[in-house]
Ligand binder design. Structure first.
Ligand SMILES: *[C@@H]1O[C@H](CO)[C@@H](O)[C@H](O)[C@H]1NC(C)=O
Ligand SMILES: *[C@@H]1O[C@H](CO)[C@@H](O)[C@H](O)[C@H]1NC(C)=O
Ligand SMILES: *[C@@H]1O[C@H](CO)[C@@H](O)[C@H](O)[C@H]1NC(C)=O
Ligand SMILES: *[C@@H]1O[C@H](CO)[C@@H](O)[C@H](O)[C@H]1NC(C)=O
Ligand SMILES: *[C@@H]1O[C@H](CO)[C@@H](O)[C@H](O)[C@H]1NC(C)=O
Length: 285
């Protein structure tokens, strides 16, 4: 009895091993026939090119020509393009581009795209959207790419002011330039800009850049932008202003060389920033 049951266990183990071996053999042989004999990017019994779409230029909602960019290979047997299940009539097909004519479809909805050729289908869910009229931007793959200072789906919402970059100043302050967004038609009095808790004096301001004079300070300081009419805080850049102790105020006014934060003045200029005239050593007029 004991002998028979252990024989049964051995038999069942052997049969499990056999079935695992046969299944692994069959699956590896089938995958090697499709992947090993084809170049990368090709598959199937006949090594057909795996086409794909990488981008598109949409038509307007009332219909028109659509360009699909991608990799479509040299052969386009049985080519069809479906946008949201509706045929886009093929006008021309190249290796890098397919042009087709699409009918009218409602705006602001994304549609599935199916591109079939040579018995192979490329599909992308919610991929295509008809041309939308971006107010301050351009359409790319169904989305508006907004110009600086605008946001929202149609780029019709003006951004709050913000600073992307601002130059450093010496610890005695000095001239700085900032890039970012400061509104469509800003004036010198539109904003109050603070470095730490001291005011920066704005010299010139446009939509994407201002220049000004930073106050004295040290280390890293926050920059804040306030609406100067109602004192509303519009922007905070935490530690985004750097005082650089190796810089010299006014860069020694071009009358000397800045050496690690200390001006070395050309004769006859003098003073901490080379802004004073050494009258003792010069003939009086
Ligand atoms: C599209 O196809 C090309 C050519 O086969 C390939 O190099 C590329 O990686 C593919 N891109 C994507 C996103 O599948
Ligand atoms: C592969 O090529 C043969 C001969 O041209 C054709 O009969 C067959 O349908 C092709 N198979 C596929 C999957 O395209
Ligand atoms: C898009 O494809 C998804 C499946 O991925 C399907 O559920 C959906 O109904 C399709 N939408 C359209 C409009 O064909
Ligand atoms: C930096 O400025 C603070 C005041 O804002 C001052 O107390 C401190 O001494 C300064 N540090 C240096 C190294 O100048
Ligand atoms: C500043 O506040 C005034 C008054 O509330 C408002 O009319 C103006 O549009 C604001 N300006 C900015 C740039 O936020």
């Amino acid at each position: 009895m004991k002998f028979i049951s252990s024989l049964l266990i051995i038999l069942s183990i052997v049969s499990i091993c056999l079935s695992q071996t046969s299944s692994s053999v069959s699956s590896s042989s089938s995958s090697s026939s499709s992947s090993q004999e084809c170049f990368p990017g090709y598959s199937g019994v006949n090594c057909t090119f795996n086409h794909n779409v990488t981008g598109y230029v949409p038509a307007y909602a009332h219909g028109g020509y659509v360009l699909f960019w991608g990799n479509f290979g040299a052969t386009h047997d049985g080519l069809s393009v479906l946008i949201g299940g509706t045929t886009c009539s093929i006008f021309v097909a190249y290796e890098w581009m397919i042009k087709c004519y699409a009918g009218a479809l409602p705006e602001n909805t994304f549609y599935n795209v199916t591109v079939t050729q040579n018995g192979i289908t490329w599909f992308q869910d919610n991929y295509y959207r008809y041309q939308t009229n971006c107010v301050n931007g351009e359409t790319l793959n169904g989305y508006c790419q907004c110009e600086t200072g605008f946001t929202g789906e149609l780029c019709d919402v003006e951004s709050s002011p913000y600073i992307n970059t601002i130059s450093s100043s010496s610890i005695d302050g000095g001239h700085v330039i900032a890039d970012g967004w400061f509104g469509q038609d800003p004036q010198i009095g539109t904003f109050s800009i603070l470095i730490g808790n001291k005011k920066l004096r704005i010299v010139q301001i446009g939509s994407t850049r201002f220049s000004g004079v930073a106050p004295q300070g040290n280390g890293s300081q926050d920059i804040t932008i306030y609406n100067s009419t109602n004192n509303q805080l519009l922007y905070t850049g935490i530690n985004s202003f750097q005082y650089d102790s190796t810089l010299c105020y006014g860069d020694c006014f071009a009358n000397g060389i800045c050496n690690n934060g200390v001006c070395e003045c050309f004769y006859p200029w003098t003073g901490p920033y080379c802004f004073e005239f050494n009258s003792c050593q010069c003939p009086q007029i």
